[in-house]
Design a protein around this ligand. Structure first.
Ligand code: CTP
Length: 395
């Protein structure tokens, strides 16, 4: 996804300053334009050269340095910013902004910008819990500033407790989602299922399928970025869980079913991208099955069709299914749309080698309850997710 937006990153003087490099590297990969302002104290921990190299822009340090062009630095950066991120944010910068103090390049830029400002605090746990710091944060929140709260853990000073900079992945994903232009799912709850389920035959063996979970995860990320409150119920996958999403890990059909039913009622949109096992071994052996005869027969019995069940429980929810087909794509998908009482079904041909299961791309047709068929080009799974929500939110 291409984002040609500008993020101004303020680095203040804390031991976590080096982690800002990782945040910048991640945001650069998401194709944002990055400008860095370092405070005097930050220079004691990291060098501007590292930030300059990663951001590919001159690092701004001083309000009174020679301008590169005729522009007032704090005003030009404040105007350039689509978003400001202060990482790490010390008690000092939080206190300064909360008190209206603007005495260096970073604090003046924060004061002068109209862009959203996010603070990612990191400091000693006693400092973080100091009522003055907490009060300052509360004040800033009231004025519309945002916070990515620190985690609990072992801090650089050896203390244990709150104050550790939030995970850099979470910070970069939070920023990305703030910068997303479409926010039409704000206030909506979206439930997504993804990945394969497993059906065990003994303590070491199970039946599963080739689902990678990529499609469902892309849907969860798109929904999150559009402002939804997202729950992702996922079978075992090798891909990283999206930050800012409530992830529930399950293994079997039954666990997925229970988890989906528990969460179903309060949802606005439910999308079942999971590849659920249709059959499970009739008998589960508590002991490992030993090899004996040359032939071994495994009896399978039908397992619950989760989506069909949801179709019967549906009230106001918009219900979306997937149809993985190797033949008669349209007829089979249309049948599933009706039998499972769906609003939309996303049909894909799993025999295509460059799309489908483990691929980052997909080529699908979306069938709507009202009879429309939307044939999409081959595109990334994230793009498919975008098209799907565009369609759902069309009215
Ligand atoms: N699904 C489900 N529970 C199952 C099987 C499927 O919830 N036990 C859901 C899938 O998540 C998907 C849709 O139903 O959204 C269609 O799944 P698919 O595997 O394409 O079809 P099936 O209904 O299993 O039918 P078939 O295997 O005959 O194609």
């Amino acid at each position: 996804m291409t984002n040609k937006k500008t993020i101004v990153i303020g680095v203040t003087g804390g031991i976590a300053a080096y982690k800002a490099l990782d945040v910048i590297s991640k945001l650069k990969k998401k194709d944002f334009e990055i400008h860095v302002i370092m405070t005097k104290a930050a220079l004691e921990f990291v060098t501007p050269l590292s930030f300059q190299t990663l951001s590919q822009n001159i690092v701004s340090l001083d309000m009174f340095s020679e301008p590169k062009a005729w522009e007032i630095q704090h005003i030009s950066l404040a105007k350039k910013a689509d978003l400001m991120l202060i990482v790490p944010a010390t008690a000092n910068i939080i206190g300064k902004v909360a008190s209206g103090i603007a005495d260096d390049l970073l604090s003046t830029t924060i004061m002068a910008t109209k862009a959203p400002v996010i603070f990612a605090p990191a400091m000693n746990t006693n400092m973080y819990n100091n009522p003055i710091v907490q009060d300052n944060m509360g004040k800033l929140i009231k004025f519309g500033y945002k916070f990515i709260y620190p985690e609990s853990g072992r801090l650089a000073c050896g203390d244990e407790g709150e104050g550790k900079l939030a995970n850099t992945e979470l910070i970069s994903e939070f920023v990305q989602s703030m910068m997303y232009d479409i926010k039409d799912l704000e206030g909506k709850k979206v439930l997504v299922t993804a990945g394969p389920t497993i059906a065990s035959m003994d303590p070491v063996r199970y039946i599963t399928n080739r689902s990678s979970g990529k499609m469902g995860y892309a849907i969860a990320e798109e929904a999150r970025d559009r402002g939804a409150d997202v729950t992702l119920i996922s079978g075992d996958t090798y891909i990283k869980a999206p930050a800012g999403v409530n992830v529930i890990n399950v293994k079997t059909n039954e666990e997925m079913l229970n988890s989906v039913i528990d969460n179903f009622e309060k949802q606005h949109i439910v999308i079942k991208a999971a590849a659920v096992a249709d059959y499970k071994p009739k008998n589960y052996s508590e002991k490992k099955i030993k090899k004996s005869e040359d032939e071994f027969e495994l009896k399978l019995v039908k397992d619950e069709d989760i989506l069909k069940k949801l179709g019967t429980l549906k009230k106001k929810q918009i219900l979306v299914g997937f149809a993985a087909e190797s033949n008669d794509l349209m007829e089979n998908a249309q049948k599933k749309l009706q039998v499972k009482n769906l609003d939309y079904i996303v049909a894909n041909d799993i025999t295509a080698s460059d799309t489908g299961f483990a691929s980052d791309n997909n080529k699908v047709t979306i069938l709507c309850r009202d009879g429309r068929k939307i044939d999409l080009e081959k595109m990334s799974k994230r793009q498919v997710a975008k098209k799907l929500f565009d369609l759902i939110n069309e009215k």
